[in-house]
Design a protein around this ligand. Structure first.
Ligand SMILES: [Zn+2]
Ligand SMILES: [Zn+2]
Length: 243
């Protein structure tokens, strides 16, 4: 068990979780309730990333952007980042959809990676990395070659708190640590009970084999990423035309 002397107690300072779902796709909560519950669990940043393909990208982002706008400044020290999770899209179409998502106001583009528990098309991880998404979610047992390219392209690899997806967290952490690729921890929350707490966040980090110094680095990277993504909202993004 970790003791306060290990230094684990102080990590993370505020939870940054950029991969969660609302009832706009297959989550259970509306954005405001998800935000309220996340905030009370110790979040500083909540990213909305509902599942999307070509059929519903605009609707998902319209909803996420409106939710983030309505909650902006509502709670001190807490913010909502509008995003999307591009899910089961054929790999050659992924880079174009990442660009379109950004035009529609996605500040954080997550791609649903090659999870060990879903029939995700092989090549999805590479298409997401080449298309420079922000986070490659649950990439499965990714190798160092792809992790190196992710590091070069500024794509963070995800350690997932979600059952099933999390089976490959050890391999993801190993490849990321070997190549200097940044990592994030996400809940992939679909229901209230999935929302991270600081204790669960630490368990995901420790379970993936991270030491406290690596966990601190991960938390600091996630905070910088969220800050950078939020700052990019100053750029007008509505040219793409949200219906
Ligand atoms: Zn889902
Ligand atoms: Zn997800």
């Amino acid at each position: 068990m970790a003791t306060s002397r290990d230094g684990w107690e102080a990590v993370p300072k505020g939870i940054v979780d950029l991969h969660t779902h609302t009832f706009r796709s297959d989550g259970e909560l509306c954005p405001a309730e998800l935000a309220q519950r996340a905030r009370l669990n110790g979040y500083s940043v909540l990213g909305l990333a509902d599942h999307a393909d070509h059929s519903n990208l605009e609707a998902v982002l319209d909803s996420a952007v409106k939710a983030a706008k309505s909650l902006r400044g509502a709670y001190p020290g807490f913010r909502v980042v509008p995003g999307v999770e591009i899910t089961h899209v054929p790999p050659p179409l992924i880079p174009g959809l990442i660009r379109r998502a950004r035009e529609l106001g996605a500040l954080c583009v997550v791609v649903h990676g090659e999870s060990p528990v879903e029939p995700v098309e092989p090549g999805t991880n590479l298409a997401a990395i080449s298309g420079r998404c922000d986070i490659l979610a649950h990439p499965g047992p990714i190798g160092e070659r792809e992790a190196l390219l992710a590091a070069k392209n500024g794509v963070a690899l995800e350690l997932s708190a979600r059952g099933g997806h999390s089976l490959a967290n050890g391999a993801v952490a190993k490849a990321a640590l070997a190549t200097g690729c940044p990592m994030v921890i996400s809940s992939d929350a679909h229901a209230p009970g999935d929302i991270l707490s600081p204790a669960l966040w630490r368990m995901v980090a420790r379970g993936a084999g991270l030491g406290v110094a690596d966990a601190r680095k991960l938390a600091a990277f996630a905070a910088r990423l969220a800050k950078r993504l939020s700052a990019s909202s100053a750029v007008p993004r509505e040219r793409g035309g949200i219906p």
